[in-house]
Design a protein around this ligand. Structure first.
Ligand SMILES: C[S@@+](CC[C@H](N)C(=O)[O-])C[C@H]1O[C@@H](n2cnc3c(N)ncnc32)[C@H](O)[C@@H]1O
Length: 227
């Protein structure tokens, strides 16, 4: 486990203990009760633990990182008590999820958009596995986010801005960890038939959003049929 994994896990579980993770779900009006739920990019399982409290029908987490998955599996075993169903953690990565179309009622994907190879393709895949009328909740970082690192790590903000610029100009995430314009994300979602319903930001730094959350509902009618 790297230093980065350790510090991410520490911070994520601190937020879980303090109720910050639950508050994020509540702010978006997300309740997983009785639902088939998928958390994409589940990391060390923090969101899965928060969602399990709602007693979903079943709960699956996927991530590309074997270290997070292994830690996440041990945490959900320890923290999710019977009669709640223990979440299942699998290794898989956007843009290819190993699930049939319309398998889930709720799909969450928090802080993963900065790392996916292509925003449009990733959102389309998240939508594919969601049933019509189902809920997609995503979050990511806006252009204000790197400013918080300015004092401590000067290269990190530079890297994030550069990654975003390269993606904007070439359509390629040659360096991962891009920043998103949340309005553009809403436009993509609307275009693929997932209608944004709730948007939430933490704070703005120098007028720019640091972290955004979007909850959107998959239309019962396919976008092609609407045209
Ligand atoms: C910043 S962490 C977020 C973890 C968790 N969702 C949370 O909110 O705390 C980003 C996670 O996305 C995962 N990830 C990165 N690229 C991915 C991809 N293409 N498909 C699935 N997961 C990915 C990383 O391994 C990492 O666990």
């Amino acid at each position: 486990m790297t230093k980065w994994h350790r510090s991410y896990i520490q911070n994520a579980y601190r937020e879980l203990e303090r109720g910050i993770t639950r508050k994020q779900l509540d702010t978006l009006g997300i309740n997983a009760t009785g639902k088939r739920v998928l958390d994409v990019g589940c990391g060390p399982g923090n969101l899965l633990v928060a969602l399990s409290v709602d007693t979903p029908k079943f709960l699956v987490g996927v991530d590309v990182d074997a270290i997070f998955l292994s830690f996440g599996r041990s945490q959900v075993e320890k923290l999710v008590e019977r009669p709640l169903a223990t979440p299942v953690l699998l290794r898989a990565a956007l843009p290819t999820l190993p699930f049939a179309d319309a398998s889930f009622d709720l799909v969450t994907c928090f802080l993963v958009m900065p790392h996916v190879p292509d925003d449009y393709v990733a959102l389309t895949e998240l939508t594919r596995v969601l049933k019509p009328g189902g809920t997609l909740a995503i979050s990511g970082h806006g252009f204000g986010f790197p400013l918080r690192y300015l004092k401590r790590f000067r290269l990190k903000p530079l890297q994030m801005y550069l990654a975003s610029l390269i993606y904007r100009c070439t359509g390629k995430k040659l360096i991962r960890n891009t920043l998103q314009n949340d309005r553009k994300m809403c436009d993509i979602l609307s275009n693929i038939g997932v209608i944004p319903e709730v948007q939430h930001y933490n704070k703005k730094l120098l007028g720019c959003v640091a972290t955004y959350w979007i909850k959107a509902i998959k239309s019962e009618v396919s976008p092609k049929a609407m045209q």
